[in-house]
Structures are given as structure tokens and as C-alpha cells.
Ligand binder design. Structure first.
Ligand code: CDP
Ligand code: CDP
Length: 207
């Protein structure tokens, strides 16, 4: 097919998939799409009173730049709208055309390896224990000046895990051919190195 190399990175909240994706994109010169931002942008519009499907269908790139998209409140709204099949359907074409661009692309989310890019050359499923993920996200939010508590962040992570794994449409789960990386006790640099090695091996194999 006439497209570049696609890397699909899925996993639960604050597992490290975004950090790994950015580093991999930088390493190989690939474009990176954080697909969670699409759902967060729709969630934010719903909090503002819009209907979920209409908000997803009218989404524009500028909608992804709002600072408040990182808040736990918007994260919860994102995971609620993400269970609506019409919302997911409205976002498919944009993600697929991003994934198949020339020059290579990394997409991170929940359903990239299973639904959006089932033909991705490399699929990773990044995990970590929920308490470790909540601690990381809590530290990150504090660093950004977002007021919250560890308990609130843990509750957000656990509620989203359950909702994202339990929904009927595109649930969070590893693709059959995904390589799993548990980052609970792993420095992020080690996880990035593992991802880079895997991609290099695939590139060499398919060249
Ligand atoms: O960064 P974090 O992992 O906390 O969340 P995110 O990736 O920004 O995703 C926010 C929410 O969007 C998730 O809890 C999912 O419900 C939803 N999402 C999804 O359903 N499918 C994706 N490909 C990406 C995100
Ligand atoms: O994208 P996702 O929600 O999966 O997670 P992230 O934003 O990449 O990572 C959440 C936070 O955990 C970031 O501040 C990372 O720097 C940190 N992290 C870490 O300290 N060690 C890891 N092995 C992975 C992530």
C-alpha cells in the first residue's frame, strides 16, 4: 500500500504510551497523534453543553489545543463519550489518514492496534499497575498546577480503566499481535529503547 510505517501504541491511562510515542516519533522522524485528545476535545464540548455526536462530527484541529483538556474532569467526560459508537465512527477517517501518511506515523490510544490500524507494522500494549499510573499522573498534574488529590486521580484512572475495557465498541484490549510492555518498575528510557529496537527490527525485516 502507498503509505509509510505505522506504529500503534495502546494502553490504559498514564501507562506511559504518550511519552513512549513522542520519543519514538522524534527518534524516527514520524508524525505523532495522541488520539486521546480527540476524545478529550469531544468530552470538553459535551461539558459545555453540546451533543456528543455533533461535537465529534464538527471537531477541528484547533479544538485539540485547549489547556483544560488534561484535567481529570475532561478525562472522565472523554471516556463517557468514547463509549458512544457514533462518536468513535466520526473520528475514524481522520485517524486512518494520519496513520497512513508518507514518512511514518505513531498513534497512541486504546484501539489503534485493534480497530484503527489493524495492519500497523508495530503494535505495542503499554501497561502498569493502577496505583503506579495514578501516582505518575498525580505528579504530572501537580507539575502543571492542576489542583487535585491522589485519591481523585486514582479514582479517575480506575473508573476509566473499567469503562474503557468494558464498552462494547472498540474496548481497551491488546491486539493479538501486540508486544506488551509493563512499565510499573521500568524507567521510561528503557521502555523507549525497547520500542525503538522493536521498530528497527521490523523495518529491517520488511525492507
Ligand atoms: O492520557 P490518558 O491515557 O489518561 O487518556 P487519553 O489517552 O487522553 O484518553 C482519554 C479517554 O479517551 C480514555 O479514557 C478513553 O476513554 C478515550 N480514548 C479512546 O476511547 N480511544 C482512544 N483511541 C483514545 C482515547
Ligand atoms: O500517555 P499515557 O497517559 O499512557 O502516559 P504518559 O503521559 O506518557 O505518562 C504519564 C506520566 O508518567 C508522565 O509524566 C511520564 O513521564 C511518567 N512515566 C514515568 O515516570 N515512567 C514510566 N515508565 C512511564 C511514564
Amino acid at each position: 500500500r502507498l503509505s509509510g510505517f505505522t506504529v500503534a501504541i495502546d494502553g490504559p491511562a498514564a501507562s506511559g504510551k504518550g511519552t513512549i510515542s513522542k520519543a519514538v516519533a522524534r527518534h524516527f522522524g514520524f508524525a505523532h497523534l495522541d488520539t486521546g485528545l480527540l476524545y478529550r476535545a469531544v468530552g470538553a464540548k459535551v461539558l459545555d453543553g453540546q451533543a456528543a455526536q455533533a461535537a465529534a462530527e464538527a471537531l477541528v484541529p484547533g479544538d485539540l489545543e485547549d489547556d483544560r483538556l488534561r484535567s481529570p474532569e475532561v478525562a472522565q467526560a472523554a471516556s463517557r463519550v468514547a463509549a458512544v459508537p457514533e462518536v468513535r465512527a466520526a473520528l475514524v477517517d481522520f485517524q486512518r489518514s494520519f496513520a497512513t501518511r508518507a514518512g511514518g506515523a505513531v498513534l497512541d490510544g486504546r484501539d489503534i492496534g485493534t480497530v484503527i490500524c489493524p495492519d500497523a507494522q508495530v503494535k505495542l500494549f503499554v501497561t502498569a499497575h493502577a496505583d503506579v499510573r495514578a501516582r505518575r499522573r498525580f505528579d504530572e498534574l501537580l507539575g502543571k498546577g492542576i489542583e487535585t488529590t491522589f485519591e481523585e486521580v486514582l479514582a479517575d484512572v480506575q473508573a476509566r480503566d473499567a469503562r474503557d475495557m468494558g464498552r462494547a465498541d472498540a474496548p481497551l484490549k491488546p491486539a493479538k499481535d501486540a508486544v506488551q510492555i509493563d512499565t510499573s518498575e521500568m524507567e521510561i528510557a528503557v521502555a523507549v529503547e525497547a520500542a525503538v529496537s522493536l521498530i528497527k527490527a521490523k523495518m529491517a525485516g520488511s525492507a
